[in-house]
Ligand binder design. Sequence first.
Ligand code: B12
Length: 216
Amino acid sequence: MDQEYFDKLAQAVIDGEADVAVQLVNEGLGKGVDPIEAIEKGLARGIMKVGDDFGAGEVFLPELIMAADVMKQATSILDEKIKSSGSTRTSLGQLVIGTVKGDIHDIGKSVVASVLQANGYNVEDIGIDVAVEGFIESVKQNSADVLGMSTLLTLPLQVMGEVIASMKEAGLKDKVKVIVGGCPVTQEFADEIGADAVGFDAADAVKKVGKLLGHS
Ligand code: B12
């Protein structure tokens, strides 16, 4: 697909036009567009623009919510496509992934979950606003090889450190690798809290999880 197509996708998010976005996504899939490219080159550019304008006080929360809803509707179609593309392989490992307590952002985390699944991992997505105990329980229940935690907000960052401390107390940290991600998460922060890796986007997540589990 050409740049004009990705620009139209971004614009549909900026304009808050769900019908247009869904139509464009379906048209694109019909023409063989790569669903990850549609998210990263199209929809994500749109939502980042709205996010920057929101940060600058140029757009307000209702518009941000509307744009996020368009993004969510369009990505859910693409997520299904991404997941189904990897469904026939044997599992390379079990992951648990969630957004930490205090944060309800789930678009990026869900994209990462779908892309990891498409790349051969079993992924248990435990959702948003997950407390320390929620992560620990799910890691145990799923016998996870890797735990992924996401946050886009500054305040809930500390929860990531609390989860790792709790994993150490429960004797889980030696067996389970931890990868963290989201826009405020840096390599320095990951090192500070004792995470094993940080992923900056979905492709990076696949690369880093592969490395953690010795697949690459
Ligand atoms: C969409 C959005 C929303 C939507 C969320 C809808 C949803 N269902 O998720 C809504 C409107 C609900 C929302 C609400 C709020 N938001 Co908001 N939101 C955004 C926005 C514009 C885009 C986020 C997004 O979806 N990006 C697209 C995806 C694809 O990218 P991504 O999330 O970064 O994920 C990628 C990587 O980070 C990475 N990744 C992410 N997670 C993980 C996890 C792992 C394990 C790995 C390996 C990688 C990884 O891979 C992903 C794929 O490439 C951002 C702007 C920004 N710069 O991020 C603001 C932003 C995050 N929001 C912000 C704020 C302030 C809020 C609110 C507090 C606003 C308010 N006053 O109520 C509330 C939060 C309430 C709460 N308690 O959580 C601020 C945060 C500032 C800060 N540093 O704390 C931002 C930065 C906007 C801004 N410029 O001010 N928001």
